[in-house]
Design a protein around this ligand. Structure first.
Ligand code: GMT
Length: 376
């Protein structure tokens, strides 16, 4: 099949999922066209992968560049000249409405282009709920040929926050477990934990919704009970505030900011525990990536996290903001080597439920169903 993929090319989970999905489909022989404003950070070269840049030109009249219109034109162009069978847009805003516009333009020229919209999280739970977006999102969800959500929780949120009637199919995020298993690096571990400290790791885009201050607070409580270091991977609006907070702590030297990394699993695989303190999280891809490295997870119980991190198996869950409970859970996992190993095994086992080989055929079947819909 010839598949167009639209996503945010940045470090966010939706871009990572879209890119890894496209790469895996290309590996299976599909021809993939990525259409986005920058090269996706995880995109690798492959003969079946093509990348089309959406360039918005500056014009003095525009205070705001009309990205959605330029994207629409590019979608029309690529669909026509690459002969796309289907378009898959990740993150509703503004990709789903751009896909719908492109579909209408192509229909007027006699070409059919079905499109699939995947809802990822904040497009529904945070940004999308803003009244300035709601009518457009509702409309483009209704008009998509198929809609998927990355968790049951996000599917429920979609029906709660939008007057949507149509079917939303859950296709969870995935990870290629076999790829992640190779990354444990004893030298790297010695570098970050020279005195045999426990290594706790967090990965996020440092947005307020991630509550990184809670990650630091739970770590400082844990640090009172055992020698440990915290690795913070990623960057975003909250980073400066969190760095200032850490500098005021006695354990500042045990908290390391590593910034944005293209392959965070290379560090995660050498850690002992992954922490996610989010206030809202549709899925928690970073937690799944940690689990695929055999790293247990201490997280909040918000959104789709309980579907990914199974309490007592792959890690432990706490209510949002309860840093005392999170620190206690971290200690319970790390304190006893036998318990730690049990959680490590549980994390890997649970990650296998989201293995790429299980999820990829679900997308392929979905594409097939919109390209060749069964005639009623
Ligand atoms: O806010 C983010 O975490 C980024 C956002 C994105 O769209 O890149 O992530 C969302 O999509 C990810 C991939 O499906 C999910 O794993 C994240 O849980 C989700 N983030 C939130 O719901 C906050």
């Amino acid at each position: 099949m010839r598949i167009g993929i639209v996503c945010y090319p940045t470090f966010g989970g939706s871009g990572v999922v879209a890119t890894e999905l496209g790469m895996a489909l290309a590996e299976k022989g599909h021809v993939i066209h990525f259409i986005t404003y920058d090269r996706p950070v995880r995109l690798r070269d492959h003969p079946n992968v093509h990348y089309h840049e959406v360039r918005v030109s500056d014009y003095p009249l525009f205070d705001y560049q009309p990205y959605e219109l330029v994207l629409t034109s590019k979608l029309v162009d690529v669909a026509k000249f690459a002969g796309l069978d289907v378009l898959h847009v990740h993150y509703a805003i503004p990709h789903a409405s751009a896909a719908w516009m492109a579909q209408r333009i192509l229909a007027a020229q006699g070409m059919r282009l079905p499109f699939v919209t995947t809802l990822h999280g904040t497009d529904i739970t945070l940004v999308g709920r803003d009244p300035s977006f709601e009518p457009v999102i509702t409309f483009s969800i209704e008009r998509s040929d198929a809609v998927t959500a990355v968790s049951d929780s996000l599917k429920r949120d979609t029906y709660t926050h939008f007057p949507v009637k149509r079917e939303v199919q859950v296709i969870p995020n995935f990870v290629c477990v076999d790829q992640y298993r190779h990354h444990h690096d004893p030298e790297l571990r010695r570098y970050y934990a020279p005195n045999g400290e426990r290594l706790v790791v967090h990965v996020s885009n440092f947005r307020p919704v991630k509550r990184v201050q809670d990650v630091v607070a739970m770590f400082l409580r844990l640090r009172e009970r055992l020698p440990a270091r915290l690795l913070l991977i990623g960057d975003g609006p909250e980073r400066q505030r969190i760095e200032t907070l850490c500098r005021a702590s006695d354990h500042c030297k045990d908290i390391l900011f590593l910034g944005k990394m293209t392959r965070p699993e290379e560090v995660m695989a050498s850690c002992d525990l992954f922490v996610l303190a989010s206030e809202s999280e549709s899925f928690g891809l970073a937690a799944l990536e940690a689990m695929a490295c055999g790293i247990p997870v201490v997280s909040t119980d918000s959104g789709g996290l309980p579907e990914v991190n199974i309490h007592g198996v792959s890690g432990l869950l706490s209510p949002v903001g309860d840093v005392g409970s999170m620190a206690e859970n971290a200690w319970a996992i790390l304190n006893d080597p036998a318990d730690h190993q049990r959680f490590r095994d549980g994390a890997l086992e649970q990650a296998r439920r989201f293995d790429l080989v299980r999820i990829l055929p679900q997308y392929e079947r979905l594409y097939e169903s919109v390209v060749n819909p069964v005639k009623a």
